[in-house]
Design a protein around this ligand. Structure first.
Ligand SMILES: NC(=O)c1ccc[n+]([C@@H]2O[C@H](COP(=O)([O-])OP(=O)(O)OC[C@H]3O[C@@H](n4cnc5c(N)ncnc54)[C@H](O)[C@@H]3O)[C@@H](O)[C@H]2O)c1
Length: 342
């Protein structure tokens, strides 16, 4: 392994721009040597942003076959239905993998990915960028220190009014390509945050879903309840139909000795018996740059990433189970009534 990770970015669309920013933030450890996308326009934009003159490809199979000896790792930023095919090809070529969420869209595929990664002995990191949010990190640290004693209940959420035009007619509006609806997309973030903070096996999952304002085949809003083996009650609220409801936070944890709640780089701690919480403003970070740096370090030092294929599979299992245990929602779902560009 050379000292710098030679990375190929597969998928040069929307999210790859912040991955590229993360790569540029770690030029001592990682260099983008190749780009792959079916769109020349996106290849050009990413190439200009990176300024590292990466080789360009339209087909990742061709890239791995012809240029594979100059690539150590791939960063997959493709539409959801293409994650598994790209992962299997990268594993077969012996490349380390960072893959955007969801790992894939089918549990049987996820099991095969976990097995293939283990067999190949490569580093696989699930790109769960919000684990690097300061409030999430600090809350996890405080929970591990026992600041709340026994934890009773955790809620994680991610809600915003999505621009209609970003979804209508795009791959995200088709359940077969997206693997479901909003829950397997933006809802992936609060799900892995919840599993991370609870730190226990999932025993039971139930979901309620609706579609209110976005033209898409799947749900645009989901509420999920999770019971963990350690007794913790978990809740997920996620939506593209409405913004974060007033007065709520990305994470909220209640335990026997008090509460922790916060978003971004702000975390409040309200010990039981006190009226006012203490507020902490934590150092701001670029969570995508943290993610890329963490991935590079995991490869260079041979350490396990914060979330690997096993965690990616478990997040997917919870999401698919929530969808399965919410039959009938489509009949009851409201018909989108306004289609303005938000
Ligand atoms: N972590 C986050 O906060 C976050 C935010 C947005 C998206 N994402 C994830 O990033 C991934 C990509 O989403 P996006 O919003 O960037 O989508 P996008 O549509 O903007 O980009 C996808 C890119 O893949 C390319 N592509 C499609 N088919 C291809 C093929 N066969 N071979 C090569 N390239 C192909 C498209 O041309 C496009 O450039 C998804 O998994 C999504 O869930 C994560």
């Amino acid at each position: 392994m050379s000292k710098k990770i030679r990375l190929a970015l597969i998928g040069a669309g929307g999210i790859s721009a912040v991955h590229a920013k993360g790569i540029l933030a770690h030029q001592d450890k990682v260099e983008c040597v190749a780009l792959c996308d079916v769109s020349d326009e996106n290849l050009e934009a990413r190439s200009l942003q990176l300024g590292q003159a990466p080789a360009r490809f339209h087909d990742w199979k061709k890239m791995l076959a012809e240029f594979g000896d100059r690539i150590d790792a791939v960063d997959i930023c493709l539409p959801h239905h293409l994650h598994a095919p790209a992962i299997f090809d990268a594993v077969a070529a012996g490349k380390h993998i960072l893959c955007e969420k969801p790992m894939c869209i089918d549990l049987e595929e996820a099991d095969r990915i976990v097995e293939a990664v283990k067999r190949a002995g490569i580093t696989y990191m699930s790109a769960h960028n919000q684990l690097f949010k300061p409030a999430v990190r600090e809350a996890k640290h405080l929970l591990e220190e026992g600041a709340l004693g026994q934890v009773y209940w955790i809620r994680c959420q991610d809600c915003f009014a999505a621009p209609q035009g970003a979804i209508r007619g795009q791959w995200r509006s088709h359940s077969k390509l997206q693997g479901g609806g909003e829950l397997i997309d933006t809802g992936y973030h609060p799900t892995y945050r919840l599993l991370y903070l609870a730190g226990a096996a999932v025993e039971e999952v139930r979901g309620t879903m609706g579609r209110f304002s976005i033209e898409m085949e799947g749900e645009d809003t989901a509420a999920v309840q999770v019971r963990f083996a350690n007794g913790i009650m978990g809740e997920i609220l996620t939506s593209w139909a409405f913004p974060q409801p007033y007065g709520t936070h990305d994470i909220h944890v209640v335990g026997e000795r008090g509460e922790l709640f916060g978003s971004g780089n702000r975390l409040w701690h309200l010990p039981r018996g006190f009226e006012k919480p203490s507020e902490r403003t934590l150092k701001e970070v670029d969570e995508f740059a943290e993610e890329i740096g963490h991935f590079a370090d995991a490869i260079l030092k041979g350490t396990r990433p914060i979330h690997s294929a096993e965690e990616g599979r478990e997040v997917l299992r919870v999401i698919l189970q929530a969808a399965q245990n919410s039959d009938g929602w489509q009949k009851a779902a409201a018909t989108p009534s306004h289609h303005s560009e938000l």
